[in-house]
Design a protein around this ligand. Structure first.
Ligand code: ADP
Ligand code: MG
Ligand code: MG
Length: 877
């Protein structure tokens, strides 16, 4: 079996399609090699070896060794140097690389092959002892920390101590002799912490490093990253061993990272950073603030031109925006990596649309290029242009959108804060971030760093998640000890509000007003393409005219769920509602309901007006009545005073209504069955509003939805009453409106008896929140205690309240759709309209499921409407 694939010298054993086996990095190094792009030669050990390594209890399969030896020989031949040969040494890097990119999640070891003897030879051969010893001390550090688990801080400590002793500020100010001293110090640190000497045999170094890469696959950072990104099912990481090229050989050398297009805006502009006289991670780590890539045109015009050529070659070959890494050694350019670049939602949209215009891809490909979830980014609030708040600092705009939040100064603090106050937005302020920080970064509304460039860890990660981010804001000074941040002459404390604008790089003190976004330009174009292709309609969940209008602007084709309970809050309304609940008899309830009716009607008028020409599904009152009464003595006393009854009476009623399990309690259709006058009032308000709006010359399509039905008899009971009221109102007003009466399918029994129910229901809407609760027997509000463990232990692949459980809950839906449609057709000859109105209606994976089972529409919150439109189009492709 072939475990090792070589690349270099204009050819390769592998190719880009072999990502699963060679990892993204290895596959693309092979591809670039074949394309004739200059790549230092090397070889890739496959992901299968990683899988075997773990299967065999962290042991490398024997068969790998001879293959690696052969590949080393080949690499030595191509480079014309030998591992461990002091007169003509070959140095290599050992790099990880899984099938999906996990930036900075695993460890890279550079300069491997240096030893006491080789470093001397290297110094002689290059005539640059400073360079040789700098490489050696870096190797001891990287190998020690990555392969042997020595804390990097111990090495850093020695470096700082030496710099202080020498009175210098930068690493680059240390002389060759200083670095020689440092090497000895590092070796001592290594020995102190590992109990062994730093290995002098390059092959020993190599094997230890290869194992270290395999070990990093299960390291904390990598596991955490896969958890957050929901990556599973990969075999492991590949290992790439590659001849070193040196960006730190002097002022004619350097290293950089770039994107073939702007990953923030998507503009067709070369975008990136580089550093002269630097090695690898220096650019990404945010230690020195790098130069913008365009500057390279001045410093190394030939290299820059070559790089522009490669940019073109890569884009026309991959037909996708690329994220590249390169190094210049003494004026010669080498490519070290290419992969499709992470980008913001807005950039994804622009790039996809522009690539269609450029003839690189077609519309269908463009639609598949944009992750629906990433559209969130375009729907993020933007800073109100009218806001008067003046920026107090400006950094580099690294990931667009505005974010305000309470300042936290560490990832741990972010986690602690989010646990204690889940509803309070936080802003993570750091000097720089590293892969250890991802959990905290994930919880922050935005990220601000004082160092680092556009390709720094913070920038890349924030962009991937669509989180606003500003980096390299140099006037920001963080003092973790006192918990304060100085921004120029201003000081803010941890816990104070700060606002960043990731679109411009501005930083403002306090909370700045934001405005809602709109769909235009490239976004609108992509949405048009999506609409052309999709067959599933997209409605919205809205219960105010403002939300309805917003959703319509975002492309909603109706309201799939208007929750009426929200309309019973507000001063006068809640009082009337409480009066109704506390009333002793029907007459009392009717009187209170009469007070509520004008409010309900006015609300419906507003919504019908906003949705002119589109269907509006209104759900009758759903929650249990006790939710409208206060549960504390003080609150109850106040209500009693307002209603003119005794406190005891309110208290008694609350006790009477108390439920052990409200989720399964006195709610949904059970309310209008016991208190028909409640349903009557609502239906009257709906029909009267519809008539009124129809008289304005608008088109009104009300759909009355009865919740929580489990038996046909329940539906018949409520429906009969509703029809009677509706007919009476229409007769009274002398005007007819078309309306439908349907039901939610959210009790498993309703799904199972959908054929019966469909004989009476004119539409179905799957209430997947309740259906999921009842199918799993999980109360949605009480999953906190076990869901994290369930997900960690993979007892559930995802939270079923976020992504529809296709296997279980999905079966009930399939049964419901099939039985319902068939029975309705047989009885009435009509097509039964079926939709979904749970939280799942805006989740792309669930939308795909709804498409497959043949629903007519999904309904989701206004801000998810564009996401659902795109997801519905992708479901067709
Ligand atoms: P990551 O997966 O975290 O991006 P890489 O394997 O790309 O890690 O390595 C990080 C950096 O190390 C690279 O960006 C590059 O600058 C440097 N590097 C890796 N291999 C070599 C090499 N053979 N020669 C020079 N620099 C290298
Ligand atoms: Mg890399
Ligand atoms: Mg429900």
């Amino acid at each position: 079996q072939k475990f090792v694939y070589s690349f270099g010298g204009g050819k390769a054993d592998g190719k880009a399609e072999m990502k699963t086996l060679l990892g993204g990095k290895g596959a693309n190094l092979a591809e670039m090699s074949v394309l004739g792009i200059p790549v230092p030669p090397g070889f890739t050990i496959t992901t299968e070896v990683c899988a075997k390594y773990y299967e065999e209890g962290k042991k490398l399969p024997e068969a790998v060794k001879p293959q690696v030896q052969a590949a080393i020989a080949e690499m030595e031949k191509l480079v014309g140097a030998k591992l461990g040969d002091p007169t003509n040494p070959l140095l290599v890097s050992v790099r990880s690389g899984a099938a999906l990119s996990m930036p900075g999640m695993m460890n890279t070891i550079l300069n491997l092959g240096l030893s006491d003897a080789v470093v001397e030879g290297m110094a002689k051969k290059t005539g640059n002892p400073r360079f040789a010893y700098d490489g050696y001390r870096r190797l001891i550090d990287m190998f020690g920390s990555t392969a042997m688990g020595v804390d990097h801080e111990h090495f850093e400590h020695e470096l700082e101590a030496l710099k202080q002793a020498k009175g210098v500020k930068n690493d680059t100010d240390l002389s060759a002799d200083d670095l020689k001293v440092l090497v000895e110090k590092y070796k001592a640190v290594y020995k102190a912490h590992t109990g062994t000497d730093f290995p002098q045999d390059p092959i020993e170094q190599l094997w230890a490093s290869i194992m270290a890469v395999f070990n990093s696959w299960m390291g904390k950072k990598a596991v955490e990253y896969r958890r957050i990104e929901r990556i599973s099912g990969l075999k492991g990481t590949a290992v790439n061993v590659q001849a070193m090229v040196f960006g730190n050989m002097g002022s004619n050398s350097g290293t950089g990272v770039a994107f073939t297009r702007d990953p923030n805006t998507g503009a067709d502009e070369f975008y990136g950073d580089y550093l002269i006289n630097a090695q690898g991670e220096d650019v990404v780590a945010g230690i020195r603030t790098p130069e913008p890539i365009a500057q390279l045109d001045q410093e190394m015009p030939k290299v820059y031109e070559q790089l522009l050529g490669i940019r073109k070659t890569l884009e026309s070959h991959y037909k996708e925006m690329q994220d590249i890494e390169f190094t210049v050694q003494d004026g010669t350019l080498y490519m070290l990596q290419t992969r499709s670049g992470k980008r913001t939602g807005s950039a994804a949209v622009r790039i996809a649309v522009e690539m269609v215009a450029e003839g690189l891809i077609d519309q269908k490909t463009a639609l598949q290029r944009v992750n629906p979830e990433s559209l969130n980014h375009l729907l993020l609030p933007q800073l109100d242009p009218k806001a008067k708040d003046k920026p107090v600092a400006q950094g580099i705009a690294a990931s667009p959108g505005a974010a305000s939040g309470k300042v936290v100064l560490s990832a741990e603090a972010a986690v602690a804060h989010a646990e204690a106050h889940p509803d309070v937005k936080i802003l993570l302020v750091r000097k720089e971030t590293s892969p250890e920080d991802v959990a905290g970064m994930h919880l922050a509304a935005g990220i601000l760093t004082s160092t680092g460039g556009k390709a720094s860890h913070a920038a890349v990660v924030a962009r991937g998640w669509g989180k606003p981010c500003v980096v390299g804001c140099e006037v920001v000074r963080i003092d973790e000890k006192t918990g304060t941040v100085r921004i120029g002459e201003h000081t803010v404390k941890a816990g104070d509000y700060l606002t960043i604008n990731g679109t411009t790089g501005d930083v403002m003190i306090g909370q700045v007003a934001t405005v809602a976004p709109s769909i235009s330009g490239h976004f609108a174009t992509l949405m048009e393409w999506a609409d052309k292709i999709r067959t599933l309609k997209v409605r919205t969940n809205a219960d105010t005219p403002i939300d309805s209008a917003k959703a319509r602007e975002f492309g909603a084709e109706g309201i799939g769920l208007c929750r009426t309970e929200h309309m019973f809050f507000g001063d006068q309304r809640i009082t009337a509602m409480r009066k109704m609940i506390v009333a002793d008899d029907v007459e009392g309830r009717k009187a209170a309901l009469a007070e509520l009716e004008p409010f309900q009607k006015a609300d419906f008028v507003g919504i019908f007006e906003a949705m002119d020409g589109l269907p509006v599904t209104i759900r009758l009152l759903d929650p249990p009545l006790h939710e409208f009464l206060p549960h504390d003595d003080k609150g109850q006393a106040e209500v009693a005073k307002q209603l003119g009854v005794t406190s005891q009476k309110v208290k008694d009623r609350v006790e009477q209504l108390h439920e052990f399990n409200p989720m399964l309690g006195f709610r949904g259709c059970r309310l209008p069955i016991v208190y028909p006058e409640i349903g009557d009032m609502q239906v009257r308000a709906i029909i009267e509003a519809a008539i009124e709006v129809k008289k304005q010359g608008k088109s009104v399509l009300p759909e009355i939805m009865i919740p929580l039905v489990g038996t046909i008899e329940e539906l018949v009971f409520v429906k009969t009453r509703a029809v009677a009221v509706a007919e009476e109102v229409m007769k009274d007003k002398g005007t007819k409106v078309d309306y439908l009466i349907g039901t939610m399918i959210e009790v498993p029994r309703a799904a199972l008896t959908a054929d019966k129910i469909a004989e009476e229901a004119e539409f179905f809407s799957f209430g997947t929140n309740d259906l999921t609760q009842m199918t799993f027997g999980f109360s949605r509000d009480d999953i906190k205690g076990f869901m994290p463990t369930y997900l960690r232990e993979k007892i559930l692949p995802v939270d079923p309240f976020q992504t529809l459980d296709a296997n279980g809950v999905g079966q009930l839906i399939e049964i419901g759709v099939a039985k319902g449609r068939k029975a309705r057709k047989e009885k009435t000859g009509e097509h039964l309209k079926v939709g979904i109105c749970g939280e799942h209606g805006g989740d792309p994976e669930s939308v795909a499921f709804c498409h497959v089972v043949g629903m007519d529409y999904v309904s989701c919150s206004p801000y998810r409407v564009p996401i659902a439109r795109l997801a519905a189009a992708q479901a067709v492709l």
